[in-house]
Write a protein that binds this ligand. Structure first.
Ligand code: AMP
Ligand code: GLY
Length: 455
């Protein structure tokens, strides 16, 4: 097999394309809709493919059949991309829409966990805001209020410090969703978060390295939840014992549950968990790799990924071993902030409010290096070939090293040579523990593109 189609358009999608081409020198990846800024002779963008319309992929495949299709974007998975392409006779890696509902409906994911012995926080599901408030007022612990469905910028969860915060979150979601409101109120856990990944062939799981995702928008883990501002891998708490524990507590019961419910799940599952004194507790099941965790985990993989996908399709994952380089990686997301940080009226930009797209990006033309990579997300070429910003998270800059500090230094050094108007990033990715705390109210004062304070 020497051609695949990857359906995605994020930094994660770029990292997957890189994995296929790097571990198989004969592989050409069609990447739809993909990203035309990626400068690689064997990664070919297919902008005509839409993430929400599998027929566009079928049209492409009719003219150019490929060895397999890898679907790694939740919007595509939720609309039944995998089901549709398989019905048309294609070889596809990815969960069906029914399996992807473990992510696209949080209540479905939680009920699945509870039914199959995967530890989850105490939770209740509501459609009536008054009942949700009545419930949360009598809770003896702090809670998290979540909307049931997918949200565009990953801000569908509000971690509450008080009952008043929680009631305000219920009101906000009630106003936003009206009659379609579905809410989850769950126990707020304390402990280190961890992103756990496994490749599934429907019967078996191959664990991939763990990562730590920096989900909050601002320095010191302040601000609000978003898709993520950066990641490090392996997770700082990683050890063989922890991996065994994660497999036993989360991944093995998940695979048993999928089998018991007859859910057809191939490809990557990503369990977001918290390491608590009572062991790992799952807070979310995702039906695809994490973004930006893919950018720090997948570059460390040296096993031929095409062979692993063949093993997934054959149900033969246990015949293979995952080979990784064991190095540390640190990824920092460069996002669209305000264009004039000096203005007191300036909004901080993504994901707080409006930002201006189409800003020219400079510094991407440096030759590739072993210890630093740039993964493209919301960036596109204009008619003159200039890369321009196209959305919230624009680029993910990844440093690699023998220690977490080296990896972090290399990522921030590379960022120094990239710029676009309004560029904003967290300066404390991989720095532990975060030193400063900026409140949500202070968000508008965040400056764009400041240098890291600590290395
Ligand atoms: P989710 O929308 O479920 O992916 O959650 C987004 C983020 O909210 C997580 O990465 C955590 O930082 C936080 N979070 C979600 N659920 C909980 C919980 N039960 N306890 C503490 N923090 C949580
Ligand atoms: N890393 C967060 C996500 O992929 O949802």
């Amino acid at each position: 097999m020497d051609t695949v189609l990857v359906v995605d358009s994020t930094g994660r999608g770029h990292a997957l394309c890189d994995l296929f081409t790097r571990t198989n020198p004969d592989m050409t990846v069609y990447y739809g809709p993909g990203c035309d800024v990626i400068d690689h002779p064997r990664i070919v963008p297919v902008p005509a493919i839409s993430l929400t319309d599998p027929d566009t992929a079928l049209e492409f495949l009719a003219g150019r059949p490929v060895g397999l299709v890898f679907v790694s974007n939740i919007d595509a998975l939720s609309v039944g991309y995998v089901d549709r392409l398989r019905q048309a006779g294609h070889r596809v890696v990815g969960p069906t829409a029914a399996a992807a509902a473990l992510e696209s409906s949080k209540s479905r994911g939680k009920e699945f966990c509870a039914d199959h012995g995967i530890p989850v926080p105490e939770f209740e599901v509501f459609t009536d805001p008054a009942k949700a408030k009545e419930y949360l007022r009598q809770l003896p612990y702090q809670c998290v209020v979540k909307t049931d469905g997918l949200t565009p910028d990953g801000d569908g969860s509000v971690v509450c410090d008080s009952t008043a915060d929680a009631e305000a979150a219920v009101d906000r979601f009630a106003e936003e969703f009206g009659d379609t409101l579905a809410l989850i109120v769950e126990e707020r856990l304390t402990g280190q978060e961890i992103s756990v990944f496994a490749l599934l062939d429907g019967e078996h799981a191959m664990l991939f390295p763990t990562a730590l995702d920096y989900k909050r928008t601002l320095e010191g883990d302040a601000g609000k939840n978003c898709d993520g501002m950066g990641s490090v891998a392996p997770h700082p708490n990683d050890s063989p014992e922890l991996r065994d524990e994660l497999r036993a507590a989360l991944i093995d019961p998940l695979v048993r549950g999928l089998r018991a419910e007859g859910l057809d799940f191939t490809g990557f599952v990503y369990v977001g968990a918290i390491l608590t004194p009572r062991g790992p507790v799952a807070i979310e099941i995702n039906a695809r790799f994490g973004d930006s965790e893919a950018e720090v985990v997948l570059p460390g993989v040296s096993s031929d990924f095409t062979l692993l996908c063949e093993a997934v399709l054959a149900g033969e994952l246990p015949d293979h071993e995952l080979v990784t380089d064991g190095l540390d990686r640190c990824s920092v997301a460069l996002v669209q902030g305000c264009l004039d940080p000096a203005s007191p009226e300036a909004a901080v930009g993504w994901p707080f409010g409006p930002f201006a797209v189409d800003q020219p990006v400079t510094g991407l033309d440096r030759p590739a290096a072993d210890d630093v990579s740039v993964f493209c997300a919301n960036v596109r070429r204009d008619a003159t070939g200039t890369p321009r910003t196209a959305g919230g998270r624009v680029l993910h800059v990844v440093g690699t090293g023998a220690t977490p500090a080296l990896a972090r230094d290399r990522a921030y050094d590379r960022i120094g040579s990239i710029s676009f108007p309004g560029m904003r990033y967290r300066t404390d990715i991989g720095a532990a523990p975060a030193a400063t705390t900026v409140t949500y109210a202070e968000a508008a004062g965040v400056t764009a593109g400041t240098a890291p304070t600590r290395k």
